[in-house]
Structures are given as structure tokens and as C-alpha cells.
Design a protein around this ligand. Sequence first.
Ligand SMILES: NC(=O)c1ccc[n+]([C@@H]2O[C@H](COP(=O)([O-])OP(=O)(O)OC[C@H]3O[C@@H](n4cnc5c(N)ncnc54)[C@H](O)[C@@H]3O)[C@@H](O)[C@H]2O)c1
Length: 441
Amino acid sequence: VMRMGLQGLGSIASFFVRAIDADPALCLTAVCDLDERKLAAFAEQGLATFTHITSLLDAGDVDAVVVTLPNDLHAQAALAALARGVHVCCEKPLAVTSSEASALEAAAAAGGLTLFTAFHRRYNRNLAALARRMPADRGQIRRIAARYHENILEHVGRESWCLSPRQCGGGCLIDNGPNILDAIRHLVGPLTLRDASLGDVRAGSEFFATLSLANEDGIPIEIALDWALPAGEVKDITVALGNGYVHSMDFLAGFSGFKSSLDHEYRGILTDFQRAVSAGPAAERDTGSEIVRLVEQAYQMARRKEFRIRMSAKNAATARMVKLLFHTVHDRGMRLSPWSSRCISAGEVHELVTTPDRPSAPGEVVNRAGFLGFAEFSTAAVVERGDEVFVGDRHIGTVRGFDECHFPNHYNILIGATRPVTAADIDLRVGDEIKFAEHAG
Ligand SMILES: NC(=O)c1ccc[n+]([C@@H]2O[C@H](COP(=O)([O-])OP(=O)(O)OC[C@H]3O[C@@H](n4cnc5c(N)ncnc54)[C@H](O)[C@@H]3O)[C@@H](O)[C@H]2O)c1
């Protein structure tokens, strides 16, 4: 029988306690929590109780520990266990940083010990059913999409460490990302990150994130993570095949009670953990560090971006037409300036030019042009590529960039449209208001 210790007696710990109780090969012998009130019930059952992680380990009556502490404590708790020859089953994420994860792997290898991350969704029975339906020939899969949406406040209290970016390591990306990334990796193998965006940031925690990835066959995978669903949960995977057929699975189908799927998933974790311990350190297996690296990479990629999705980042710029123009040309020879945004002071006048040309690189020529006229900006503003341009409610086009041939007198603001559009084409009048609104993201 494997003697188990439990570090952290919060909401997820009870699923481990039940799973250990249900398994005759396991025996819970010791528990630890800072909060002494949580220890009393275990002490009554005769278990050794501790308020410090290392005291539990130093008492020496565990073969393995389960780490169910806040994320920022995972690495130190796991390292302390490995240093004392104790196997580790750690809640996801294994660590907050890849350097911590590497240190854990090195310590496990040095001690010949099992280091294991509890990715519970991997054992979900609906995921197993989807895995059985996946085509043997991966070439038949065209794309995979997954949603992991919930209202975080239904899962944790307002005061939870989970809402502290320092303790959690981030927001929904590090909290729920590991579960869905692991589930998809379980279906189609190792993943490479292509793109990541964060959004809806509240007190430093992102409540929304999107990831684009690919597996080794190049199958595109899109994941959306949301902590701000009004209520309930949407946790599913859709696999689109080349023949038009779609397989989909819902992690929660058949489990109507809140968190009721977790019991079978946590039993699966402990069965697999024991298998890993029995197989020994020679068996090549994943410790959970790859997911730490993917999540870290996603944060680095997303944080470098200037924008955050699902967040308004600027005031719409408004301008009034002061002179109209009515002509089109097909050989104007304007050039796209290198700037993706321009600051405009209140009272400045700039020229609005529509074009079906799609310049992308600086210096690229814009020949086809329709002229709307000149507009005076009423307040200081930042106009940038991607802004949507409206006259009243009518959408005119999207800002493609700027041409500076008349600068410093004024910029030509290049507005992408399906054809060259003039003031006459849209019935523009002197005094009409033009709005430049940020792209909705
Ligand atoms: N709640 C879930 O649905 C869920 C699901 C999957 C995974 N997890 C993971 O499980 C872990 C724990 O999450 P939770 O929701 O159970 O958190 P929780 O806040 O409910 O529990 C954490 C426990 O750790 C104790 N603790 C904090 N610091 C300590 C310290 N220094 N020494 C000893 N005890 C300490 C707290 O008193 C608390 O009882 C997290 O890594 C989380 O990502 C949670």
C-alpha cells in the first residue's frame, strides 16, 4: 500500500481524499494545511496533521504526496518532497515558470522519483469516447477548436488566491489552459504554439485568452479560455474532418451536478499516478513540464502585443467634414508610411482617401483612390491601422494606414474600401461627423 500525504486541504483536495479512500492500494496517512480548522476532522480519524509542508515530509510516513496548494507554492512543495525521496502528484500547473519545472525534473531524475501532474480532464470519459472516434489517419483532420468557459467566481471565492496574479501566475490562461492543452495533446500529440492573445484584464488577471496551436502534422488548433461567462460552464472540443464530418465532445455531458465529473477524473489521476510510480523513472513519460513551457510561451507572446482582446483601449476619434472632394484616380502614386498609428491634436485637419488597394509593407504604392475630403478632428486622438470608419451609423471602411506626401500640412488617411468612394457616392455633407472606432477585436 502506498502511503499518501496531502499538502493543501482546499476545494480540490476533497476529490483526492475520496479517490484515495476508494483505492485499496492507497492510504492517506498525513495532511497539511496552514488553516488548523481544516485539520481537525483528519486528526479525529487518526491521521498525522501538520501546518507546515516540510514538517509533514520530515515526519517520514509518506511514500508520495499530492500537492493541492495555490499555484505559486507547487514548485517549492514538490521540490521539498523530491529532496526527501518522496514521489509527487502535483495539481496543474506543475509550476508557474519553466525554470522551476526544469529544476523539478532534474530533482526527480536525480532521486529516481516520479514527478506527475494531475491533468484531470485527460481521464474524462467523454474525452475517451472522442479519442476512440478520432480517425487513425490524422491527415483526415482539418482543424480542432476547443472552448473552456466558466464564471470563475462560481468556482472560487472573491478572496481566493486564484484572483491574485502573483499567486496564480496569471489568470484563465494558467488556470484552465493546462487542462484543455493537455486534453488536446492527449488526442493529437505534442503541440506547438503559433499565436496567443490575452484580454478582459481585471486587476492584472486575464479573464479571456485565445491560443492558436498546431500538432506535429500541422493540424490547426484554436482554443478560447474564458473566466467571465455570465453563469455555468462550456467545456468542449470540436474536431472537423476533411470530409465535412464533425466530431464533438462536451466534458460535462452526462454530469449534471456542479463538478460532478471530477470524481471519476480524480480516480483516473491516482490510477495513472500509481502506474507511473510502478513503471519507475526509466519509463519515458511527461511530467507536465511541457505544458508549463507552452503556457509561459503563450504569456510571453501575448504580453508583447500592443492590444488586449475584449477591452476598449481608446476613445473613438471624431472629426467633421470641412471640405468635400468628389474625384477618383487610378494612378495616384501615394506610398504607405511606416507608421501604424498617428497622434492627432484637436483642431488638426486631415484628408480622407478611400482605396481598394491593400498596401501592407511600408513604401508600397497606392494608386486607386476615391476622395472624401478634409475633416477637422474635434478632440485629440490616436488613429491607427484597423480602426473602423463610420459616417453616422454607416461603415465606410477600415484604416489601412497613412500617406505623408502632404505632411506637415496634413496626412492622407487611407481607408480600405471595396472600390474608390467619393463624397458624392455616400452623400456626404460639409459638417457631417466621421468616427474612427477601434477594431472590436
Ligand atoms: N478548484 C478546482 O476546481 C481545481 C480544479 C483543478 C485543479 N485545481 C488546482 O488545485 C490547486 C488548489 O486549488 P484549490 O481550488 O483547492 O485551492 P484552495 O484555495 O481551495 O485550497 C488551497 C489550500 O492550501 C492551503 N494553503 C495555502 N498556503 C499554504 C501553505 N503555505 N501551507 C499549507 N497550506 C497552505 C489553504 O489554506 C487552502 O486550504 C491549484 O493548483 C488549482 O489550480 C483546482
